[in-house]
Design a protein around this ligand. Structure first.
Ligand code: HEC
Length: 287
């Protein structure tokens, strides 16, 4: 089978769930040939799964294509991802939308966000031609939001909404204050002063909270400790990482208490941080 056919078969088969067997830090192989299904998991040429293939030379478009594949699968067939429920509108409509986005809006330098916006705009234009309905376009927008592609306005609208009340949790005000100082020095450049994101994804909002609080905060602690700061992972002290987590949960609406946070991901997991986003927030984000 020629390479192009292989790639095409791969993305058709995997559009529904492209993330199977996907470890960024490992070489591309038969066992590790998956693709990201969320923008926050996109690969760069610094990731081994990309740099170990000739796709390296095109920035690994055939790996990151999983993100848009997944969004369009959700738009067509419906499904749930990152706390966003999408009602599918069918492949017929999605095909028309994508064709219009590709032929009238997207250019070689378009970004992922441009693709999300172009699809939504193309859909809105097709309402006038009576190919789709306004509610269909809401589902298209939700499908892109589910893979992490929200416009800056959408992200701002989400985070302006009152954060979910997480009640009193086990961490102190001092811990989150120290964490805030570390954040300002080591994380703000990529994740933004108000955690709304920039080079890195937002660290606030219902999509973020759904993703990490559902798996509970121990997973967040482990992730940050082993993977951040992106340029020099693991370069902070364990206490600094812990305080960063205290800062992030406080910025996401948790109230500090009198007991310090335990420096142990299992204990963190048992502390009952689970707090899925409320319906109200998801509605705000859909707007
Ligand atoms: C050079 C830019 C950069 C810096 C500095 C950086 N990050 Fe990140 N961060 C990223 C990128 C890019 C991602 C997306 C996942 C990946 O590529 O590993 C990310 C992902 C994350 C995530 C997961 C977000 C999600 O939605 O899953 C968390 C949490 C996080 N970073 C926390 C931090 C903390 C805390 C610091 C400071 C110690 C930090 N980051 C510093 C770029 C950065």
């Amino acid at each position: 089978m020629c390479r192009v056919t292989q790639l095409r078969t791969r993305s058709v088969v995997w559009s529904s769930q492209p993330s199977g067997g996907f470890l960024k830090s490992a070489s591309f192989s038969l066992a590790n040939k998956g693709q990201p299904d969320h923008y926050s998991n996109r690969v760069t040429t610094f990731d081994r799964i990309c740099s170990s293939t000739t796709d390296f030379f095109n920035g690994c478009v055939h790996i990151n294509s999983g993100i848009v594949n997944r969004a369009l699968f959700l738009a067509s067939e419906g499904g749930n991802q990152s706390g966003v429920a999408v009602a599918g509108v069918g492949t017929g409509k999605v095909g028309r939308i994508v064709y219009r986005a590709l032929t009238t809006k997207l250019i070689p330098t378009s970004t992922f966000l441009d693709a999300a916006k172009a699809s939504y705009d193309a859909c809105s234009e097709l309402v006038f031609a009576q190919v789709v309905t306004v509610p269909d376009c809401e589902q298209v927008r939700l499908a892109f939001a589910a893979v992490g592609l929200l416009t800056a306005e959408e992200v701002a609208a989400v985070t302006q909404a009152a954060p979910a009340s997480l009640g009193t949790l086990q961490f102190t005000a001092e811990q989150s204050t120290t964490g805030g100082i570390v954040y300002g020095g080591r994380c703000r450049g990529c994740h933004g002063a108000t955690l709304l994101g920039g080079l890195g994804p937002p660290l606030t909002g219902p999509l973020f909270r759904n993703k990490w609080y559902d798996g509970s905060v121990g997973a967040l602690y482990d992730f940050v400790k082993t993977r951040m700061p992106k340029v020099s992972p693991g370069s902070l002290t364990p206490t600094e990482y812990l305080h960063l987590v205290a800062f992030i949960v406080k910025e996401n609406g948790a109230t500090p208490g009198s007991e310090p946070m335990p420096e142990n991901s299992q204990a963190l997991n048992e502390m009952g941080f689970r707090q899925p986003a409320t319906d109200t927030e998801q509605t705000t984000q859909a707007k």
